[in-house]
Design a protein around this ligand. Structure first.
Ligand code: PHE
Length: 490
């Protein structure tokens, strides 16, 4: 029984928006469109929706239901299932912590670019600007150098924003999300309209959506679909568990999960139109094909987009819009991860909201400094790979096993159904007990096999160990220590 009365969301809308804000992030803009194009175009929507229905939505229902049922952050919820499973809650939060440390750095770059937009400071050679001027990137992963002053400054600024957005916990979050969810949507629509009215746009869209049904026979496509779904819905980081723990006792679970996941996936789809129409235009003006200009991740946002912006009428305005969109897309994902950790620490140690908030943000800021060094991008790349490919699937796998077999899938389903406007059938139990564990295990083994054959991204084995395996091992140890430590009243 919690001693302190748990704060609650002001309204259902606040909760739904916060969860949507967490789900919608940079991945919707720079990951989904690219993956869709690469793995079968329009045909990719089939594995994507299958993954959504057979893993994404069921896991989201699971996380909402368990957080609500136990009225606790991830560690407390798992501790209430069994003292032996508490560590998984901490592990999920630590994976989220690993991510937010570098996610905030990407936001820092976006903040820097937002300012550069006013004068189009990146000039014509956007590649040199990003890699040499902004990142001052070194020749290799061990040539670390010093943290770059201005990135540190921008990072500090981003952390201040995150701390402020979570200042009074969900009371503040519930207000901030009205802006951080709707503003990027409005900006995205502006980019879709702008993109579609540019010459060459249709060629871009064709690349994005022309279906290649043969691709569906390729297992890699299914792998990509399931990975993207896990990542995009922000399940497996304890965020959705914590957010649901703040719901009033009478709250819908199933319908909320549907609304949130469908809004997220629709946003990704619409983002595809914004990205590909603009790329079509870029290919058109440079007399090449869309395939030649297609990039994903940081290069798309910080090299390709600035080049395209240079060619648009009212360039500075679109620059400001674009980077403001990235910042507002990212910030609610970043503060959801932070708030999930804060809630976990508070549930266990009973610290005050503000002290916990500042401590966690402070630690994440300091850890994040590694990503502001001259080798920052390399380390970011390695850590990102391990958090999202190993951390995430380990959590997905164990979460399904612990709920499916220890707590009881049927028990949790009945709990959710009693509260919800829509009910889920017995198929949900089967998915949680058998399907999700199998899929996550296959994804894990698949990536593990790749890693055993060759180190990630051509880095050395040592770098891979330090930025990947070691981090995971340390997280497991810390999780176990935290779960052993102290007694809590459950
Ligand atoms: N789901 C968000 C995205 O697609 C980001 C995110 C991923 C947030 C992982 C937290 C953890 O970008």
């Amino acid at each position: 029984m919690a001693i302190v009365k748990r704060t609650r969301w002001d309204s259902r809308t606040a909760f739904v928006l916060a969860a949507i804000g967490s789900a919608i992030g940079l991945g919707n803009i720079w990951r989904f469109p690219y993956i869709c194009y690469k793995y079968g175009g329009g045909a990719f929507l089939i594995p994507y929706f299958v993954a959504l229905l057979t893993a994404g939505i069921p896991l989201l229902i699971l996380e909402f239901a368990i957080g609500h049922r136990m009225e606790g952050s991830a560690p407390l919820s798992f501790a209430k299932i069994s003292k032996k499973t508490e560590w998984l809650g901490w592990f999920a939060l630590l994976i989220g912590f690993g991510i937010v440390c570098y996610y905030a750095v990407i936001m820092a770059w976006s903040a820097k670019y937002l300012i550069s937009s006013f004068t189009l400071a990146w000039g014509a050679d956007t590649k040199t600007f990003f890699f040499s001027k902004v990142l001052n990137i070194s020749g290799g992963v061990f040539e670390i150098g010093r943290p770059q002053g201005w990135i540190v400054l921008a990072l500090f600024f981003c952390w201040i924003c995150i701390v402020l957005a979570t200042w009074k916990g969900i009371k503040t979050v519930g207000k901030v999300v009205y802006v951080t969810v709707t503003l990027p949507w409005v900006l995205l629509i502006i980019f879709v309209i702008r993109g579609l009215t540019l010459p060459g746009a249709i060629d871009g869209i064709r690349y994005f959506l022309t279906p290649n049904f043969k691709a569906l026979a390729n297992l890699e496509v299914w792998h990509a679909a399931y990975s993207q779904i896990f990542f995009t819905l922000t399940v497996g980081f304890g965020v959705m568990i914590a957010y649901a723990s703040f719901l009033p006792r009478k709250s819908d679970i199933v319908n909320n999960a549907l609304i949130i996941s469908l809004s997220n996936c629709a946003t990704s789809y619409i983002a595809g139109f914004a990205v590909f129409s603009t790329l079509g235009y870029y290919a058109h003006i440079s007399g090449t094909t869309v395939a030649n200009v297609m990039k994903s991740g940081p290069e798309l946002a910080f090299v390709t987009y600035p080049t395209i912006i240079n060619h648009l009428p009212l360039a500075p305005l679109f620059g400001v819009f674009f980077f403001l969109m990235l910042l507002t897309l990212g910030i609610d994902s970043a503060f959801s991860l932070t708030e999930a950790i804060v809630a976990g620490v508070r549930d266990k140690f009973r610290w005050s909201q503000k002290a916990t908030n500042i401590t966690i943000a402070g630690i994440a800021f300091v850890v994040g400094l590694i990503f502001t060094t001259r080798a920052g991008l390399y380390w970011l790349d390695i850590v990102d790979h391990f958090m999202n490919n190993f951390g995430l699937f380990i959590v997905g796998f164990l979460e399904a096993i612990f709920i499916g077999y220890i707590f009881g899938a049927d028990k949790l389903r009945k709990y959710a159904n009693n509260l919800s406007e829509l009910s889920v059938g017995r198929w949900w139990d089967l998915i949680i007990r058998y399907f999700v564990p199998i899929v996550s295990l296959v994804l894990l083994i698949w990536t593990l096999k790749d890693r055993l054959l060759k180190p990630y991204g051509g880095y050395s084995r040592l770098a891979e160990f330090l930025g990947g395996w070691l981090v995971i091992i340390i997280f497991v140890i810390i999780s176990i220590l935290l779960s052993i430590k102290g007694k809590r009243e459950v």
